[in-house]
Design a binder for this molecule. Structure first.
Ligand SMILES: Cc1cc2nc3c(=O)[nH]c(=O)nc-3n(C[C@H](O)[C@H](O)[C@H](O)COP(=O)(O)O)c2cc1C
Length: 227
């Protein structure tokens, strides 16, 4: 499988979210061989969409001649896109949002009704493409936190997507915890393996990964101790 990782963290490889994404990829590799390429989006030259819609009228070519042309080609040649990003103001960091906006050339102006909603008809063939969101936040629990980012992802990629949200927690940055919790990264690795084998992650495992694995107060205190 050809996997393209879009790393939205400006911290590049130092990204805590990428730490989780790498564990997920390791799990996927346990199940099968995959070709993985990571783009640190912050290093790419991606102009903002001007909203002119010329890409949707002229066969998918954007007025900007920048790195997005190559990235779109790579997206179309991939089987799985992993959108790996930290939660910024309840959404994705600006450089990754710029990239997402610039995927507009994949659609045409034509609209079709799917169920109760309308969406643009694809201009390029990419229905086999799968999307996975891996998002980490900076607080000890998930309540009232990931909803906007998750909703956007659900709407933008209504088919073939899966979502993994992870709270700030030492169990994801340490392989083994002094305080005796389950190593979170091992669970993420297991999720990667499951996903590669079946195309899905069991609800029980997802719930375990997305729930706080140590008491929230203890987690907050650990975070505050470094402030
Ligand atoms: C500009 C900015 C906005 C942020 N907004 C949020 C937010 O809305 N909610 C949240 O839980 N954390 C927020 N955070 C914290 C990051 O999500 C958190 O530090 C994350 O673990 C960083 O991941 P990374 O190392 O992959 O970049 C924000 C951080 C920054 C720098």
């Amino acid at each position: 499988m050809k996997i393209l990782v879009l790393n939205g963290s400006p911290k590049r490889e130092q990204s805590d979210t990428m730490h989780i994404t790498r564990a997920f990829l390791d799990g996927m590799r346990e199940a099968a061989h995959h070709q993985v390429h990571t783009i640190h989006v912050i290093d790419e030259h991606i102009e903002y969409c001007t909203g002119c819609f010329s890409c949707m009228r002229n066969g998918g070519t954007c007025v900007h001649d920048d790195d997005m042309r190559e990235i779109l080609e790579e997206i179309l040649a991939s089987d799985l896109l992993i959108w790996s990003f930290p939660l910024y103001c309840y959404g994705m960091p600006a450089p990754l949002k710029a990239l997402l906006d610039r995927t507009l050339p994949l659609s045409s102006m034509a609209m079709q009704k799917v169920g109760d909603r309308y969406e643009h008809v694809g201009q390029a063939f990419y229905s086999r493409l799968r999307h996975r969101m891996i998002c980490r936040c900076g607080f000890p629990n998930s309540r009232f936190r990931f909803e906007p980012a998750v909703t956007r992802f659900n709407r933008r990629f209504p088919q073939g997507h899966t979502i993994l949200t992870v709270t700030k927690s030492p169990v994801f940055t340490a392989s083994e915890e002094a305080i005796g919790t389950k190593p979170g990264l091992q669970l993420v690795r297991q999720a990667g393996s499951q996903y590669a084998e079946t195309g899905a992650i069991e609800a029980v495992l997802l719930a375990e990964i997305t729930s706080p694995m140590i008491p929230e107060e203890q987690n907050a205190a650990i975070g505050n101790s470094g402030v």
